[in-house]
Design a protein around this ligand. Structure first.
Ligand SMILES: Nc1ncnc2c1ncn2[C@@H]1O[C@H](COP(=O)(O)OP(=O)(O)O)[C@@H](O)[C@H]1O
Ligand SMILES: [Mg+2]
Length: 696
């Protein structure tokens, strides 16, 4: 905890800390000052720019959200919420779990899932517009971080990706370091984040890393979903305080909307406005300081010595009503406390008719009319595309080299398999019998060895998750991600094809010229890249890695079946299996290429029944394997390489279109399931109130 002390100077009870911490205080203060002075030159210019820039005012009016639950109809999650977030203020959303806090944040940030419908009006600075990159940031409830990176690396890479090119590398680094200290993570800087399989930093520290990454760009509107869950009260106090104090640092007025669970009394004091939800209904919206009074005036006074937020939450939590009734039954009376269900009813109604509600309505009306320049100016934005590619390649390489499951495990198993193959097929000769063996060996390599590449899939899915999250936050684009992933994978796949490839190639005595060997490695490499590309496509279509592995294995199984080894090409049933499946399967070209590479120019002893003295490789290719001899082995390799490109581009297109199509699918659902006179999506709809009842 010493790490947190350096900011305690302004906290009233910091004097009570043991003496030995004062030295820590000084050291850290020194660091901070240094950082600040270093930062100033860069910061001054920025400060000037951002002072002129507009703050963001967010208002929402009569917001309804419902989720379709399949056949069981729809469920109303948010019911007619109205509110606002003003610059320089912190709006806290509180309520029992499941009351719709995350949903409200998602709705405001414009990222509701596709099975939900929303109605009502959300205005940014009085206009219907989406929040642009850099102006807002969203820290979601669950942390999606690259587990193999250290805290420092994760924040540094993010800084390089998110901050504009106009900042120098050193400035970005400084900003990263500064933000890490800001979040009290300096002691965990060089610890790996960790995740499944390896222990890393604690859950509370992960939360803070997530916040760190999102506040790097100093966004003017900040959504935080339970930023302090998993933090002890002291840590959450400082996190709050520092998020709030970001304003003072650079003079930009920020609007902060945060859902919060269990704030301590001290943290509660930071709230400017409080939105108290129960079951998607507003119990209270207004100044946090008046909440207790509102409750008291409705017959729920806060008992002395109780934390105000605890009192609020306890009054409106109805999840345990039944249990309470039982307790009441046992004890006889229970101090006259009402079941929460009834309490909520009273409060919701009382709020509806209250002065406070009227004030909020008025405030929303004035805020949405206020003349602020219509659009949020575009920030100079991201790092350039090239920089993104470079940083992502670097980051991805680090991740691949540290994540055992990505390539190393496969490498070990490939070596084992290669040694097994080499010993089983040791020293093939040119007798009639060995003719078949060569074919078996080559087809085993090009099917099973490449098939096993799906082993890296779980790691890729983790990678994707981080990517998806960051893409929603607009940190970098799909193309940069695919480029980064492809470039960083190449050295590993080369290693994977070269060493095990060499082990299986020479002991059996396959064609010994180096150009034959290189061709063989090229085909193996292409196949491995292709399997990876195929799995990328699968990953973009199925929701989790278990389903992905099964789907990927199934697809490859079918490809291998019709590639021409298990059933000769001419014997494959023509409809569907021959045309098009045989030609779509990349294994077909791998077989043909490897077979041509091996057999062309070889001579085998004639069989006992044959009158000829020897059989040429070409004859075997044509008659035994029925390979298409009309083109050379290089064409086969060319097709494989072309397929890699096609597969990767397909992946890119799928991700790009799902990004665009998702909202369309969402509104399509909406069209199907809502009556035509209902308004769709976010539309201004002043007289919609009577219709809401139908939604519930
Ligand atoms: N996409 C959805 N489909 C169905 N139900 C949902 C969906 N999103 C949220 N819900 C339901 O809405 C309620 C509120 O969820 P949420 O906003 O996550 O609550 P909180 O963050 O306050 O704990 C929960 O009961 C949840 O099950
Ligand atoms: Mg939540």
């Amino acid at each position: 905890m010493a790490s947190l002390h350096h900011h305690t100077a302004s906290v009233p009870y910091s004097e009570a800390k043991p003496d030995n911490s004062s030295s820590v205080v000084e050291i850290h203060h020194h660091h901070d000052d240094e950082a600040i002075t270093n930062n100033t030159s860069a910061a001054v210019a920025q400060m000037e720019a951002s002072r002129k820039s507009n703050p963001i005012i967010l208002t929402w009016k009569d917001l309804w959200v419902s989720a379709s639950m399949g056949k069981r109809g729809t469920k109303a999650i948010l019911q007619g919420l109205t509110g606002y977030a003003k610059p320089g203020q912190l709006l806290a959303i509180m309520g029992p779990s499941g009351c719709g806090k995350s949903t409200l944040l998602d709705t405001l940030a414009g990222r509701l899932g596709s099975n939900t419908r929303q109605r009502g009006e959300i205005l940014v600075n009085g206009h219907k517009q989406s929040l642009t990159y850099g102006s807002s940031a969203y820290v979601t409830q669950d942390d999606t971080l690259m587990t193999s990176l250290t805290v420092r690396e994760a924040v540094h890479y993010s800084a390089q990706l998110q901050l504009p090119d106009s900042m120098s590398k050193a400035e970005k680094k400084e900003r990263a370091e500064f933000t890490i200290r800001e979040m009290g993570l300096q002691d965990a800087m060089d610890t790996r984040i960790g995740g499944w399989g390896c222990k890393g930093i604690s859950g509370g520290q992960k939360r803070r890393v997530s916040i760190c990454i999102e506040i790097l760009t100093r966004p003017k509107l900040l959504f935080l979903d339970e930023p302090t869950s998993g933090l002890d009260s002291a840590a959450s106090y400082y996190v709050r305080k520092r998020i709030k104090s970001l304003d003072e640092k650079d003079g930009v007025q920020r609007s902060i909307i945060a859902s919060i669970h269990q704030p301590s009394a001290e943290v509660f004091q930071f709230f400017d406005n409080l939105c108290l939800l129960s079951d998607g209904k507003t119990v209270y919206f207004g100044p946090a300081s008046s909440a207790i009074q509102f409750f008291a005036s409705n017959g729920f006074p806060c008992p002395a010595l109780q934390n105000p937020s605890d009192h609020l939450l306890k009054t409106i939590n109805k999840d345990f009503d039944q249990e309470m009734e039982m307790e009441v039954g046992l004890e006889g009376t229970n101090g006259g406390s009402l079941p929460a269900e009834a309490a909520i009813g009273i409060l919701v109604n009382s709020y509806k008719s209250s002065e406070l509600n009227q004030q909020v309505q008025n405030e929303v009306a004035t805020l949405s009319k206020k003349e602020i320049s219509s659009s949020i100016e575009k920030k100079s934005g991201h790092a350039s595309f090239l920089r993104q590619c470079i940083v992502l390649t670097k980051r991805s390489s680090v991740n691949m080299s540290r994540d055992l499951g990505y390539y190393w495990l496969r490498f070990a198993i490939y070596i084992t398999l290669a040694i097994s193959l080499a010993t089983v097929f040791y020293r093939l000769d040119t007798t009639y019998a060995s003719m078949k063996d060569r074919g078996s060996l080559l087809s085993f390599i090009s099917t099973f060895i490449t098939f096993m590449s799906i082993g890296g899939f779980p790691s890729f899915v983790e990678d994707m998750k981080v990517f998806e999250r960051k893409r929603l936050n607009g940190h970098y684009g799909v193309t940069a991600f695919v480029m980064g992933n492809t470039l960083s994978a190449i050295p590993f796949v080369l290693l994977l094809s070269f060493i095990p490839g060499a082990i299986t190639y020479f002991p059996p005595g396959l064609r010994s010229r180096y150009d034959h060997f290189l061709y063989f490695i090229c085909v193996l490499f292409s196949c491995l890249m292709l399997v990876e590309s195929l799995m990328m496509i699968v990953a973009s279509l199925v929701p989790n890695y278990l389903m992905g592995i099964i789907t990927g294995a199934g697809i490859q199984g079918i490809f291998i079946l019709v590639a021409g080894y298990f059933k000769l090409p001419n014997k494959i049933p023509k409809p569907f299996w021959r045309y098009p499946m045989h030609y779509l399967a990349f294994h077909t070209y791998a077989f043909q290429g490897m077979f041509k590479n091996e057999y062309e120019g070889l001579k085998f002893d004639g069989g006992l029944l044959s009158e000829k003295k020897y059989i040429t490789g070409e004859e075997i290719l044509r008659d035994t394997w029925q390979t298409d001899m009309s083109y050379s082995k290089w064409v086969d390799l060319g097709i494989l390489v072309g397929m890699i490109v096609v597969y990767r581009v397909t992946f890119l297109v799928i991700i790009k279109t799902t990004e665009k199509v998702k909202p369309i699918v969402g509104s399509f659902n909406l069209l199907l399931s809502s009556s035509p006179n209902q308004t769709i999506h976010v539309v201004e709809n002043p007289n919609a109130t009577p219709l809401h009842v139908e939604l519930v």
